[in-house]
Design a protein around this ligand. Structure first.
Ligand code: THU
Length: 140
């Protein structure tokens, strides 16, 4: 697959993949030893990284995708262009349901799933979570 720049001046998908691979080393995974890295490009052109952060109370584990999104939201960002996720998997790593729901809170942006071998799936939030429950559903 051809890796193309998203827009002039913005971080390319290729660069986002290498940022996500690089940050994997920071994953806190004493229980699964399964490292995941994420890189989130905002519409403002900034990149926020994320890793999975596990906990001895397993259910409190935070995935790499949500870490990146929460870091960005906490810095005042609201609009996203592309989220890249990488892990050392046979197929491109697939985000969990909780992360899909958190992504969908912030609209329909591009999501790039990959692995260390370089397999890539370019998809989107709406493709990953069709018919999602969202803020409009809270209106009477
Ligand atoms: N994990 C992620 O961080 N993102 C994914 O897309 C899949 C799963 C993490 C959670 C846990 O730390 C480990 O991978 C094994 O489930």
């Amino acid at each position: 697959m051809e890796i193309q720049d998203l827009k002039e001046g913005k971080t390319s998908i290729g660069e986002l993949i290498s940022i996500a691979k690089d940050v994997m080393k920071n994953a806190y995974v004493p229980y699964s030893n399964f490292k995941v890295g994420a890189a989130l490009l905002t519409k403002s052109g900034k990149v926020y990284t994320g890793v999975n952060i596990e906990n001895s109370s397993f259910g409190l584990t935070n995935c790499a995708e949500r870490t990146a999104i929460f870091k960005a939201i906490s810095e005042g960002e609201r609009e996203f262009e592309t989220l890249v996720v990488v892990a050392d998997t046979e197929e491109p790593v697939s985000p969990c349901g909780a992360c899909r729901q958190v992504m969908s809170e912030f609209g329909d942006f591009e999501v790039v799933l990959t692995n260390l071998k370089g397999d890539i799936i370019q998809t989107s939030v709406n493709q990953l979570l069709p018919y999602s429950f969202d803020k409009d559903d809270l209106k009477k």
